[in-house]
Design a protein. Structure first.
Length: 51
């Protein structure tokens, strides 16, 4: 849960309660982060760097 807590602290993931269930979803900020990370991955790959 440590990683999940950190993602929530960063605003990348949000938690919602549905009765006795806890649901997690990606936030808009999380989606934008993943888009930017994909760009970094492509850039690194062009130089033979694996992330």
């Amino acid at each position: 849960m440590r990683h999940l807590t950190r993602l929530m602290e960063l605003g990348l993931v949000e938690e919602a309660k549905d009765g006795d269930r806890t649901l997690y979803g990606i936030t808009n900020r999380g989606v934008e982060f993943l888009k930017e990370f994909a760009k970094v991955e492509r850039f690194a790959k062009a130089f033979g760097i694996t992330i």
